[in-house]
Design a protein around this ligand. Structure first.
Ligand code: EPU
Length: 421
């Protein structure tokens, strides 16, 4: 068990370079098993979710070579086996092995995936989509047995524009007979990254990034190469820190269009952020004003930045409102922000933040990944020492967060919590 200790109220000055996107990398790595040859993936972040995927690949007898920032995957000796639940429940993205193994072997046995407990997070749309492609799905407790004689292209309408279901069905349809159309597909940039990779290996996918994706099945995928896009949620998290504490803080390697929903809200609140090509320059200001946000599918305000943004709103004068429309349980960090001095009330999916309130260092718990990010931001602006427990959640998704923040002047460290017995 580890904890993070932050001593707050320090200005942030210098440059933070954004790493590869977690939610693209965790889909592209399972996608790589579709080829019968080698795939090279660059700009892969060093986070524990990637280590968990490597563990799954190794278990399936896939050859994995990890170098700094890149990973080479070779499936020549791969075997189709039931991934033990202790490995698959370490992360949400293990569910991409359902689509990928189904496409490759027409048979997959897998357990319900893990991931942050921010809502019920069903996978019914993934399973319905596999069935539409001709597979049968048997449930045995929390294990699923998905099989097909052959997969056939189909028209699939997603009731909800789910990122996971869109990617999983793209994976399953890549080698199906005929054409699959996914309507009301999610439009997140990570989906474009996955589709580009699959096309590089020989798939025929058009429309990724729009709400209608067409996949013409192919027999075989070959050697692949891709580069992971910059992580828009990591970029957004540091931009929020910069808006609160920046002294000419530069966030580089960003795609500004991917975080426009955030930057427009920061500007509306009066933040001093300047966007130049792939860089955002942030300077703290004396006064910030309350704003309202409502989370939504891309290009709406990302739910993954809602928690970090709520910490920002504690420093804005007036009453701000957050409406969380994607997950029913994504306000678990509020209890801890209030413990630090915030004035936030929640009712159902709405949080009301009364600002501006000074924050003071406290002992808090990261209940999930983005809650952890919200608490690090709170620790950075608070007076005194903040101790954050259960930070394994944070390490799942933010590459080198301690080093990146230390390099720009933050006082932050990671420590082991000694075992009691
Ligand atoms: N949904 C269903 N049925 C399904 C699938 C989803 O009802 O079969 C609902 C969910 O309950 C939720 C909504 O659809 O209300 C969105 O779920 P989605 O499938 O898009 O989410 P996900 O694939 O489980 C990915 C990211 C999340 C991110 C969301 C939304 C990965 C591994 N996870 O989750 O990332 O919040 O998309 O953008 O890509 C994070 O990084 O902290 C994180 C939670």
């Amino acid at each position: 068990m580890k904890k993070i200790i932050v001593n707050g109220s320090k200005k942030l000055k210098g440059t933070i370079r954004i790493s590869g996107a977690k939610n693209a990398a965790v889909a592209i790595i399972p996608a790589a098993i579709l080829a019968d040859e080698e795939a090279t993936i660059c700009n892969v972040p060093e986070i524990s979710d990637i280590e968990s995927l490597e563990e799954i690949l190794t278990y399936l007898n896939v050859d994995v070579k990890r170098a700094t920032e890149s990973i080479v995957i070779n499936t020549i000796n791969m075997e189709n086996k039931v991934i033990p639940t202790e490995i698959s429940n370490k992360l949400r993205a293990s569910y991409y092995f359902m689509g990928a193994l189904l496409a490759k072997y027409k048979y997959v046995e897998m357990y319900f995936p893990g991931g942050c407990k921010i809502g019920s997070r069903p996978i019914n749309l993934h399973l319905k989509g596999f069935q539409a492609l001709g597979a049968t799905v048997e449930e045995d407790g929390d294990k699923y047995i998905i099989k097909a004689e052959k997969l056939k292209g189909a028209n699939i309408y997603l009731d909800v524009a789910s990122v996971g279901a869109t990617i999983n069905l793209m994976l399953a349809a890549t080698k199906a007979e005929g054409t699959t159309t996914i309507e009301n597909a999610a439009r997140e940039p990570e989906i474009v990254n996955v589709a580009t990779f699959l096309n590089n290996m020989g798939a025929k996918i058009v429309g990724a990034g729009t709400s209608i994706i067409k996949i013409k099945g192919v027999d075989k995928l070959t050697k692949g190469f891709t580069e992971i896009i910059p992580d828009r949620i990591e970029a957004g998290t540091y931009t929020i820190m910069g808006a609160l504490l920046g002294d000419n803080l530069k966030i580089t390697n960003i795609i500004p269009e991917h975080i426009e929903a955030l930057t427009s809200k920061l500007k509306e609140a009066g933040a001093d952020i300047v966007i130049e090509d792939d860089t955002i320059i942030c300077n703290a200001v004396d006064k910030l004003n309350a704003v309202n946000i409502k989370t939504y599918y891309f290009p709406g305000f990302p739910t993954d930045l809602q928690q970090p943004f709520s910490t920002f709103l504690t420093q804005c004068s007036g009453k701000s409102k957050i409406e969380e429309t994607i997950y029913e349980n994504r306000f678990m960090h509020v209890e801890y922000l209030n413990k630090m001095g915030a004035n936030i009330t929640t009712k159902d999916r709405i949080a009301t933040i009364n600002g501006k309130t000074p924050l003071k260092g406290e002992s808090v718990t990261a209940t999930d990944l983005r809650a952890g990010a919200a608490l690090i931001i709170a620790g950075l602006i608070a007076e005194g020492e903040t101790v954050i427990k259960e930070v394994e959640h944070i390490l799942r998704g933010y590459e080198g967060i301690i080093e990146k923040l230390t390099n720009v002047g933050a006082s932050i460290k990671l420590e082991e919590i000694p075992c009691k017995n």
